[in-house]
Design a protein around this ligand. Sequence first.
Ligand code: C2O
Length: 564
Amino acid sequence: MEKKMSSLSALALLLLWMPLAMAKLHTHQFVVEATPVKRLCKTHNTITVNGMYPGPTLEVNNGDTLVVKVINRARYNVTIHWHGVRQMRSAWADGPEFVTQCPIRAGKSYTYRFTIQGQEGTLWWHAHSSWLRATVYGGLIIRPKQGDAYPFPKPHRETPLLLGEWWDANPIDVVREASRSGAAPNVSDAYTINGQPGDLYNCSAKHTLIVPINPGQTNLLRVVNSALNQELFFKVANHKLTVVAADASYVKPFSTSVLMLGPGQTTDVLITANQPPNRYHIAARAYASAQGAPFDNTTTTAILQYHNFSSPSAKPVAALMPAFNDTPTVTAFTRSLRSPRRVEVPTKIDHNLFFTVGLGLNNCPRGARARNCQGPNGTRFAASMNNVSFVLPSNFSLLQAHQQGLRGVFTTDFPARPPTQFDYTGNVSRSLWQPMRGTRLYKLKYGEAVQVVLQGTSIFTAENHPIHLHGYDFYIVAEGFGNFNPTRDTPKFNLVDPPMRNTASVPVGGWAVIRFVADNPGVWLMHCHLDVHITWGLAMAFLVDNGVGELQTLQPPPPDLPLC
Ligand code: C2O
């Protein structure tokens, strides 16, 4: 009898231990340093990771743990954010500067430790300090647990395609100049695919990325918009794409000829080589929704090259891109995204929130110099959510202040709705254009269900805003144009199979509604992923309390957490 028991418990132990044994630990070292990088005929001393532009793409399986030691050998402060990783209880590894950690100073290091839990598809990592992410970024590929299959036929080849944005200048100088002047920063000079502008730019053709494909075969493209300030259309000439995942959540597969990705978003697509063997452009260019605002109107390309195609120097077949302002195409694309099956959307909502998202203009204080007031009509550009223009602390991170109970670093009075109601997408009175600065958080108890209506405004100009929430995935239950109207719009919510994402494209002059359950304690930034808008204050943060017991409690801070 005793013997039987012990062999049974041995079996139970083995079964318990097995999934752990299969999960892997990945250790990496990221050295952040200036490296000469030549693009558009000119060499810049570019901040890179391990001398690579873009940086390394990491490949893991769902359930694996990452340990990444970041050594800062650059002359700027740096942090690394693992965009879209849920960071359950490990907020200390999330990365936004002055939110979950103080920056890693020049000469110092910090080790990020976290586990991927229940996420599959494509994510990415990027610097979360000033505009360093222009060049400090890379992919994060999460495959199913070992032994598990994709929910689609196994592709013959997988290619990450990171769309970037290149300035023929030091991007840190570009943002510093804008912060000094109050004007909009210079637009970029090129877009890139895996760091290469492609054959439509000067001095770039011979470095154009080649993506090989065998006739008849199906490959997986993992597309990431890593651009700093621009939503992008993405297309492959003459080929249909089958979308299978977005933001590391699977979607109900659908076929399309064009994708739109806001900065921060990822889309995994299957592509089949069913066209005559040839060279075809893979192309991305701007979706520019803000009327009249300057933007980089160039096109980046790579080449989809059929194997054994006989004339490898032939001119690639061009991709016919949508017009820059083709909002109907964007709407058709985002509305096609669905969860693969019926999902459990929270329906008992504890916090029904309404946040305006948009720009603003600060009047220049009396006596300010003209050189610091170069925005429209002698103002300075600003941006806000619910009229709060978010200001980061500088002496503590928000998470540290919360955990140590420090007072005076932030308040928890972020408004649940805008201080004044107005016709958000109409002709907004000039008196409503000036936001208030503040470090104001919105407090949630562990496990509470949250709905946020993200309402775009037409202050200065209406624009599509890619709103990203750290530490969470959310369901996008509806989107629309004009002002959100609860009576008219609530009955249209998709509570059956809405897509799950970490970044929502809020339609230009419109709104999107997201829902999530606050099951991850910490301080979580929500912001527009156009970096120029974060610079202007288009952000807020949720403070999520611990729940009951260890599994609902934030882990203690790591011993090497940087201090301010
Ligand atoms: Cu991809 Cu706050 O960032």
